[in-house]
Design a binder for this molecule. Structure first.
Ligand SMILES: C[S@@+](CC[C@H](N)C(=O)[O-])C[C@H]1O[C@@H](n2cnc3c(N)ncnc32)[C@H](O)[C@@H]1O
Length: 269
């Protein structure tokens, strides 16, 4: 494990606020309804069954590194789906927090950067489906690798979620502007790919004009590298950002101007 990650994990564990001494009603409510381990998680069994199948899936796909690990020499290689599932997929607990946030706030305009095999996208789409089974909603997820996106499309079909996801293929750098132009307001912006300082700041700044008072932006892996932590600290200081909640694995960003500027750290595990 990388030193930066480990050091920050220990620091987070030691400095995270205990929920009993939390003085923000908004964050306390968020904790109770979304962050705290939920009792009824059996509804997630179909998605978790898909995850288990992916973790055993021997299908070989064409793959090349598009994100932070990429360089000019990144060439196409072959990967087994189960390898990708192990490396890419968010723990169920984190995906369930994102699901609960979307469910609780009845969000319907969502963008995810980094579909991968579609597990978190399925959690997002299932929250949208639960709230709006028959209404028009707008959830777009972007993935750059053709074969990987195809595996995700199969998950959406199997889970009867295809209707609730617009899965776009392409590089974030090429597709994000076009996708954003289809949104008047963005409720949720979830960045889970290309974990570099420059890319994270660029995506944040591009999506910011679409944020409203009740939007939430979610950044994955904020302690993955010094660059990601620098981006997280800079986002926290942005004038439009009023509250943040650092869950170590993901960072939540709120724009609620009616409340004091406050930054929280909470433990999820
Ligand atoms: C960590 S995985 C996403 C995991 C997924 N959100 C989940 O929780 O199930 C990141 C994905 O982003 C994709 N990605 C990274 N950089 C990209 C870029 N610049 N354009 C398009 N896709 C990219 C990768 O191919 C990879 O599939």
């Amino acid at each position: 494990m990388k030193l930066h990650y480990l050091k920050n994990f220990i620091r987070h564990y030691l400095t995270a606020t205990l929920i009993d001494v939390l003085h923000s009603p908004f964050v306390f409510d968020l904790y109770q309804t979304a962050i705290k381990k939920q009792k009824n998680i059996s509804k997630f069994n179909p998605i978790e069954n898909c995850r288990s199948k992916l973790l055993n899936n021997q299908q070989i796909v064409s793959y090349y590194d598009l994100g932070a690990g990429s360089n000019l020499l990144s060439t196409e290689t072959k990967k087994v789906v189960k390898q990708l599932a192990k490396a890419h997929l968010k723990p169920a607990r984190i995906a369930q927090i994102i699901h609960q946030i979307i469910l609780k706030h009845k969000y319907k305009n969502v963008i995810e950067l980094g579909t991968s095999l579609g597990i978190t996208a399925s959690y997002i789409a299932s929250a949208i489906k639960e709230n709006y089974p028959f209404n028009e909603t707008n959830f777009t997820t972007i993935e750059g690798i053709h074969d990987v996106r195809n595996v995700a499309l199969k998950q959406f079909e199997e889970l009867e979620l295809s209707k609730y996801v617009n899965a776009v293929e392409g590089d974030f750098n090429e597709k994000l502007d076009e996708v954003l132009s289809n949104y008047k307001n963005l409720d949720v912006f979830f960045v889970d790919g290309n974990h570099t300082y420059e890319a994270t700041m660029e995506y944040f700044n591009k999506a910011l004009p679409k944020a409203h008072n009740d939007s939430i932006f979610i950044f994955d892996d904020i302690y993955w590298s010094p660059g990601m932590t620098k981006a997280w600290e800079e986002i926290k200081q942005n004038n439009n950002v009023y509250q943040t909640v650092d869950l170590f694995f993901i960072g939540l960003v709120f724009f609620r101007a009616e409340q004091n500027r406050q930054h929280f750290k909470l433990r999820v595990f």
